[in-house]
Design a binder for this molecule. Structure first.
Ligand SMILES: [Zn+2]
Length: 377
């Protein structure tokens, strides 16, 4: 059965859907890239958030919402093709039911509030199409929320604008998980203060170990824990390690890397990722464990989860090359002195707890068919 590995994992962030949509790689089969349902099952994947990441370039190209619907459509078709492997989860009950049936429980996420195109009605439409997690902002600032990156121009609020607070409140009412990875520091605290449900930071590391803007400071980790939230430990090498980040910046300037091509941006990214994995100095998995241990030390073992960012990162730490590798990380945690029940919490039950608390049983309706807008009319 797909979920028989000893340490079920709830991965709170993967970008794999882009390969399915743009490259026709059926994620229900063994594919290239980092994550599919076959390798996931081998690695104990019990639940995951299939993220619809919309490159801000699509804002210009005909609509961020359009691109998001296309990714969501690919997700729906994936679930329909492989009902023996995967089942949609909209709340705690459907997540448990999928697990009990031996299937990977999959929910949908959207990475970047630009996909809403300023509309709470669209947020609701996405919800009815199965989206249960929204990463409020990606690296591009919005007029209602500042991201963690530099370069916010005039018109960008310090944190959440009144409309931003409305988005969070509406998400709470609908039963969607607020995801604060990528949010600016003030946005992070504004959203924590506004949300009536525990939140996720689905794929981040620890700022104390590497001062990357995508990592969370100790005070943020504590605030997240106090609110009942969870930070998913990311496998993204430039977030984990300053030397790895510097080397990758250098390697990207090489003629070989610059000469890589692809039929579309997803194929190009896949080739760049394969190239980087082959050429950069391997980063030991121990570096992920360093961040994980620090987060546990600061925020407690109940505030930490796993958010690989598989297929959204160029390369992975050594030993975590794809979704069949989660057990290596569990073994590493045991070596670092974690008890078995602590591994189980970090791997699965902490994120399950947030998902259950933030979604609503009343909203656990079956995945509804895509609307006319979603279907591409
Ligand atoms: Zn991200």
């Amino acid at each position: 059965m797909p979920t028989s590995a000893p340490w079920p994992v709830f991965d709170t962030h993967s970008d794999a859907l882009q390969r399915d949509l743009d490259l026709g790689q059926d994620l229900g089969t063994r594919t290239q890239g980092h994550l599919d349902l076959v390798r996931g099952a081998e690695g104990g994947l019990g639940a995951l958030v299939f993220v619809c990441w919309c490159d801000p370039a699509f804002i210009e190209e005909g609509g961020a919402a359009r691109r998001t619907w296309d990714l969501l459509g690919a997700g729906h078709r994936l679930l329909a093709r492989h009902p023996e492997r995967v089942a949609w989860a909209g709340d705690g009950a459907t997540l448990s039911a999928a697990r009990e049936a031996g299937r990977i429980a999959a929910t949908f996420g959207i990475e970047g509030g630009h996909s809403l195109e300023g509309s709470l009605e669209r947020l609701e439409a996405f919800f009815h199409a199965g989206v249960r997690v929204l990463t409020l902002v990606w690296n591009n600032h919005l007029d209602w929320i500042r991201s963690c990156q530099d370069g916010a121009g005039p018109g960008i609020p310090e944190g959440l604008s009144p409309f931003g607070r409305e988005v969070v409140t509406r998400m709470n009412q609908l039963g969607m998980v607020v995801d604060l990875s990528h949010a600016g520091e003030r946005s992070f605290y504004d959203a924590l203060e506004t949300s009536s449900a525990p939140v996720l930071a689905s794929h981040s590391g620890c700022f104390a170990l590497h001062d990357h803007p995508r990592n969370l400071k100790d005070a943020q980790l504590r605030a997240l824990a106090d609110q009942g939230g969870v930070v998913g430990m990311v496998f993204c090498t430039p977030f984990l390690d300053a030397d790895a980040r510097a080397e990758e910046v250098r390697l990207r300037t090489s003629a070989e890397y610059q000469g890589l091509t692809g039929a579309n941006s997803t194929e190009l990214f896949l080739r760049q990722a394969q190239w980087m994995q082959a050429h950069a100095t391997p980063l030991p998995m121990e570096r992920v464990l360093d961040h994980l241990c620090h987060a546990v030390e600061v925020a407690g073992v109940d505030a930490v989860g796993i958010g690989s960012d598989y297929d959204g990162i160029e390369r992975t730490p050594a030993g975590l090359e794809d979704a069949s590798c989660y057990p290596q990380l569990a073994a590493g945690m045991l070596r670092r002195g974690f008890a078995e029940d602590e591994v189980a919490r970090v791997f699965f039950t902490n994120s399950q707890r947030v998902f259950e608390a933030a979604t609503r049983p009343a909203a656990g309706v079956p995945l509804s068919p895509l609307s006319a807008e979603a279907a591409g009319s």
